[in-house]
Design a protein around this ligand. Structure first.
Ligand code: SF4
Length: 161
């Protein structure tokens, strides 16, 4: 898997102060996408041991609420194995921190992935320019903030943010 960057602290990509991993690779081609440079899975840098160590070091401070996987699309098929492994490792090493994943796929398309067992929130759906909004945590009103527990939907929230 390749990645674009790691943001050490963000308050715009989920609740609380979060570390964000921006991966490469996306096949959705949403009109008006703000990150077109991320679509090519070969763009950016190889997500190797050094980058992974940095990600987990950044997660250590207590004020960090959790990790967000964004992109690109973390659920672009070739990325899923690495993201699943990172989510499992986060669960194991930081059980009190939460895991958010942004994807252009719908929850219904990805609900059977093993990854769903380990994440707390899935923000799903393509970016739709005519539904653009300035609300926090998503870019267009069709996207949903889906809270999960052990892969099961707890709550779907469009409006609280
Ligand atoms: S899913 Fe995200 S990164 Fe991919 S094309 Fe749509 S807006 Fe861009």
């Amino acid at each position: 898997m390749n990645y674009q960057k790691i943001t050490p602290i963000s308050v715009a990509d989920g609740l609380g102060c979060r570390v964000v991993l921006w991966v490469s690779g996306c096949e959705h081609d949403c009109v008006g996408c703000h990150n077109p440079d991320t679509h090519d899975a070969e763009s950016g840098y190889l997500f190797g041991e050094e980058a992974e160590n940095r990600l987990f070091e950044l997660l250590q401070p207590e004020y960090i609420a959790g990790v967000t996987f964004s992109g690109g699309d973390p659920l672009y098929f070739p990325n899923v194995g690495t993201i699943t492994r990172l989510a499992k490792r986060t669960r194991s090493e930081f059980p009190k921190k939460d895991i958010w994943v942004y994807t252009g796929y719908l929850y219904e398309e990805v609900k059977d992935l093993e990854l769903m067992q380990y994440i707390d929130v899935l923000v799903d759906g393509k970016y739709e320019q005519d539904k653009r909004c300035v609300g926090q945590f998503y870019g267009s009103t069709n996207q949903r903030i889906i809270f999960l527990k052990n892969g099961r939907v707890q709550n779907i929230d469009y409006e609280s943010y």
